[in-house]
Design a protein around this ligand. Structure first.
Ligand code: C2E
Ligand code: CA
Ligand code: CA
Length: 495
């Protein structure tokens, strides 16, 4: 049995824990007969006490929304009409906390709540939820459909997004909204309506900023799918199903393998091989991302160690880290410990940071972490360069070694003059900033040749090789080394 309790209340479990002392005291004071009485009366008394506490305990926010919607639904069943639920999530809430602390976030939230309450019709109720979102339980209304719900959501969004005046100037917030109306559900109930609006809000939050999404059964299935993947992830790590696959990177000067990128794959027992796109969204934002980072780091170092022992030394392996992991103050230490465990020099590891992570104001903690990692001697690659709108100031502020030019610029570079101009501009920017360059997603020999001619330092893509498990990598590297040696022999003979 679970009891929701306020501070200072004696819990039924505490009474049970005190049972031996109570029994002893009863025996001493009143003898054996009283002890039998206590044994008979205590269990029902504790049970009743628990039930009273449960009834008087304050309702959680979601229980309040559920109760309100249930009440409206039964009203509708009697008199007719419609109802629905909306969930409002502030897109930049984390940013507000990072930059100015929780107090400012609370002030912004309080101002938005006051405004929204003013904008609601009588009968509509707004509830601040435990996770920082807001839920609106609509009162009974004659008619509701998706179009009307979108109009309500857009109106609330407009109100919530107006700048909030704080002591140090106005602050702009943006919010995304999910909604569901009762007719969309096969078995409408308060809890089901709130859950459905939350599912829609999650979907809206995935399409920032300021998205509005309605509930659909398809979204519910996708959420259930994500929940199942999230629930099975740690066990998958333990069972060795989460694997680092490796994609080689070549130097355009020498044709030698200059590095590897570690890319995660899930060898799922029922669904087969899963690419990151199908399970990363399920674990993003949770502590499982850290587990993924540690797993990938350990497997990447183990692979380098194995290749060294096979005489197939590759200079460095790159591991992708999310913003969440890069914010971890222990990251640099963890990298050092893992490198030490495998007796690898820090230069053997490269950290990939997405351009979008360093864009904007950047994050002081991330900047400090990257500086520490770079000072240790690890490489730092700026991933997906050209897509994240990082300013030159931001790029200079972070201790980077190399720009990874995104595939969207590389694709068709040999046939499209505009692409070529863009790549040339990026290469000259990198040169001025003293950074190396790598083009990713290189698919054809013609793209490869032109990139080398334009002065791009390294290439990675299907034209070289697709990502592969470590066993295949050993064979691929051996074959590549043999091809290189044969090419050198032919070159020497031709001279
Ligand atoms: P990314 O870091 O930009 O990785 C490059 C992606 O492009 C990989 O997809 C790779 O398989 C694919 N690719 C490589 N060469 C070519 C090519 O020539 N043509 C095309 N069309 N694609 C190519 P993948 O493995 O599906 O990974 C997708 C994304 O998932 C990665 O993009 C990265 O952002 C993320 N990811 C992968 N592994 C990890 C990881 O261990 N941790 C984290 N945080 N993210 C990861
Ligand atoms: Ca990457
Ligand atoms: Ca990339």
């Amino acid at each position: 049995m679970m009891f929701a309790l306020s501070r200072g209340t004696i819990t039924p479990w505490q009474i049970v824990a005190l049972l031996p002392v109570l029994a002893l005291a009863t025996y001493w004071a009143w003898g054996e007969g009283a002890l039998v009485g206590l044994a008979a009366l205590l269990p029902p008394a504790v049970l009743a006490y628990g039930l009273v506490l449960r009834r008087t305990a304050p309702l959680s926010a979601s229980d309040q929304v559920t109760q309100r919607l249930d009440w409206t639904l039964s009203d509708i069943a009697a008199k007719g009409g419609a109802t629905g639920c909306l969930v409002i999530q502030f897109d930049n809430a984390a940013h507000l906390v990072d930059r100015v602390g929780r107090t400012r976030q609370c002030e912004v939230l309080a101002a938005s709540i006051a405004r929204l309450r003013g904008a609601l019709r009588p009968g509509d109720m707004l509830y601040p939820m435990e996770d920082g979102s807001l839920a609106v339980a609509l009162g009974a209304t004659p008619r509701l459909d998706a179009e009307i719900m979108v109009r309500i959501a857009a109106r609330l969004q407009l109100v919530a997004q107006q700048p909030v005046s704080l002591a140090d100037g106005p602050t702009q917030v943006s919010c995304s909204i999910g909604f569901c109306h009762a007719q969309q559900l096969r078995h409408p109930g308060g809890r089901a309506l709130l859950d459905a609006a939350q599912i829609a809000a999650e979907e809206a939050a995935r399409h920032l900023p300021g998205a509005i999404r309605g509930y659909s059964d398809e979204l519910a299935r996708a959420r259930a799918d994500r929940d199942a993947l999230r629930a099975g992830f740690s066990q998958a790590v333990d069972r060795g199903e989460i694997q680092a696959w490796f994609q080689p990177q070549l130097s355009t000067d020498s044709g030698e393998v200059s590095g590897l990128e570690a890319l995660v794959r899930w060898q799922h027992p029922e669904r087969g091989l899963l690419a990151p796109g199908s399970f990363l969204p399920a674990i993003e934002g949770s502590e499982l991302m850290e587990l993924l980072g540690q797993t990938m780091l350990a497997q990447a170092c183990a692979a380098l160690d194995e290749l060294d022992r096979c005489g197939l030394r590759v200079p460095t392996v790159a591991v992708n880290f999310s913003a969440q992991e890069l914010r971890d103050p222990q990251l640099a230490d963890r990298l050092r410990w893992t490198l030490d465990r495998f007796k690898l020099a820090p230069s053997r590891l490269t950290v990939e940071v997405l351009e979008s992570v360093v864009a904007g104001d950047g994050d002081e903690v991330i900047a400090a972490n990257i500086s520490r990692i770079a000072a240790m001697g690890c490489g730092v690659d700026l991933d997906d360069f050209g897509t994240g709108n990082a300013s030159i100031t931001a790029i200079r502020r972070f201790a980077l070694n190399r720009l990874k030019i995104d595939r969207s610029f590389v694709s068709g570079v040999d046939v499209n003059r505009d692409q070529e101009k863009l790549v040339t501009a990026i290469l000259s920017l990198a040169e001025r900033l003293g950074l190396e360059t790598l083009a990713e997603g290189v698919e054809t020999p013609a793209e490869h040749a032109l990139l080398a001619q334009l002065g791009c330092g390294h290439v990675q893509g299907y034209v070289v090789a697709k990502p592969m498990p470590v066993g295949d990598l050993v064979r691929w590297l051996t074959a590549h080394r043999d091809r290189q040696r044969a090419a050198i022999r032919i070159g020497v003979r031709a001279r």
